[in-house]
Write a protein that binds this ligand. Structure first.
Ligand code: FNR
Length: 357
């Protein structure tokens, strides 16, 4: 796309291609194995068909959302991603500044290259993503630090008992040829988990009770990230999860798993209003985000596009990317005849229609 109608998100991704080392670009873009799941993520949102309502009062659109007790002007957030300092010298801090300016939450990866204190100093609402170490004391230390620095939720990643196999670009080399180890573990009191192939033999041993346990330890809501099945979602809520996050880790774990767009209605149905449901994976526009809301999500998280925006233009890039998603969401809601997320019930046509809100 060219000219004045180009989307900022697309422009940023193109610029990221120019500025990032091939190995870093590949690390961001890659998916597991044959990348079947990765390839289907966006298409799954596009495949949903809508039945907009007309003759509704859509002069004012309410895009606000309650995300674990914080009122956000948009039902959006930034998904946890490691290695952000490979995209920008300020890494997670720049991402946090942009999130703070827009007012959406930032989920900080366990494998971040910026300290909790530096992220917190931006004033952002931040949630700590946890790859629980098999060493419980070390995990407890990390959680304690996160609480001290004002994290407002713990996002426990449950889809990574081991790291899924991905293949670097043949000519680009590994990201570790260009990345600094400190970019993935400044907060961890352990070596970074889930990044190095060497971690693969250390399988994590999480059980549903860990959700309640981490919540008790921190006094914070705990979100189960990486749930795709209704039965698992219900179990997570029974065990104390404050929210369920439908994710296939951006297609980076088990290949050939179902798209998050197709799983979302089942999880929403199984959770049956007992907890909010978040979703990520292949959300590339405000329209996709609206589809997620119409399928019952309360919060929609975005990964790679934010990484590209960070690489392209730092804080400005991420801010503009978030605002563009918000503008697109608002336009989509207006065109769908929905003045708020609640009005999106029944706007999805076909068998996915949850009719549950
Ligand atoms: C991730 N993801 C991820 N998830 C997590 O729980 N902890 C992590 O440290 C990371 N790191 C990470 C790095 C990179 C480069 C990517 C692309 C992804 C997964 C991430 O949180 C999210 O689930 C997906 O990226 C969402 O899909 P999209 O929006 O990237 O398609």
């Amino acid at each position: 796309m060219t000219g004045t109608h180009a989307r900022w998100l697309d422009e940023a991704q193109e610029r990221a291609r120019d500025v990032l080392a091939p190995a870093v670009l590949r690390y961001i873009a890659e998916g597991a194995r044959e990348e079947v799941t990765l390839g289907e993520a966006e298409a799954a949102w596009r495949a949903v068909r809508l039945l907009p309502r007309v003759l509704r009062d859509v002069r004012t659109i309410d895009t606000t959302a309650d995300l674990l007790g914080t009122s956000s002007p948009l039902p959006l957030g930034i998904a946890p991603m490691s290695l952000q300092r490979a995209a920008h010298p300020d890494g997670e801090v720049a991402m946090a500044r942009a999130a703070a300016e827009v007012g959406v939450p930032l989920v900080l990866s366990s494998n971040a290259g910026s300290t909790f204190a530096d992220v917190a100093a931006t004033g952002v609402t931040w949630w700590m993503q946890l790859y629980a170490s098999p060493d419980r004391d070390l995990t407890a230390g990390l959680l304690e630090d996160a609480v001290t620095q004002g994290a407002s939720a713990i996002v426990l990643t449950v889809d990574t008992p081991v790291v899924g196999t991905r293949y670097p670009a043949p000519e680009g080399g590994s990201v570790w040829d260009v990345a600094d180890r400190s970019w993935v573990g400044v907060n961890a009191r352990t070596p970074p988990v889930g990044v190095s192939p060497k971690d693969r033999d250390k399988a994590m041993d999480l059980v549903p009770e860990d959700l309640g346990r981490f919540s008790e330890m921190t006094g914070l809501p705990v979100v189960a990230k990486g749930v795709l099945r209704g039965d698992d979602a219900a179990r997570a809520v029974d065990a104390g999860a404050a929210a369920v996050w439908v994710s296939n880790h951006g297609g980076r774990q088990l290949d050939q798993v179902a798209s998050t767009a197709s799983c979302l209605p089942h999880v929403v149905g199984a959770v049956a209003g007992r907890a909010p449901v978040f979703v990520d994976g292949g959300v590339r526009s405000g329209l996709h985000a609206m589809v997620a809301l119409a399928l019952g999500a309360t919060g929609v998280f975005v990964g790679r596009p934010m990484f590209y925006a960070l690489a392209s233009d730092g804080v400005d890039g991420v801010r503009r990317a978030l605002l563009e998603l918000g503008t697109e969401l608002e336009e989509s809601m207006r065109l769908a005849g929905a003045a708020s997320a609640a009005d999106l019930a029944g706007v999805v046509s076909g068998p996915e229609r949850p009719d549950l809100r």
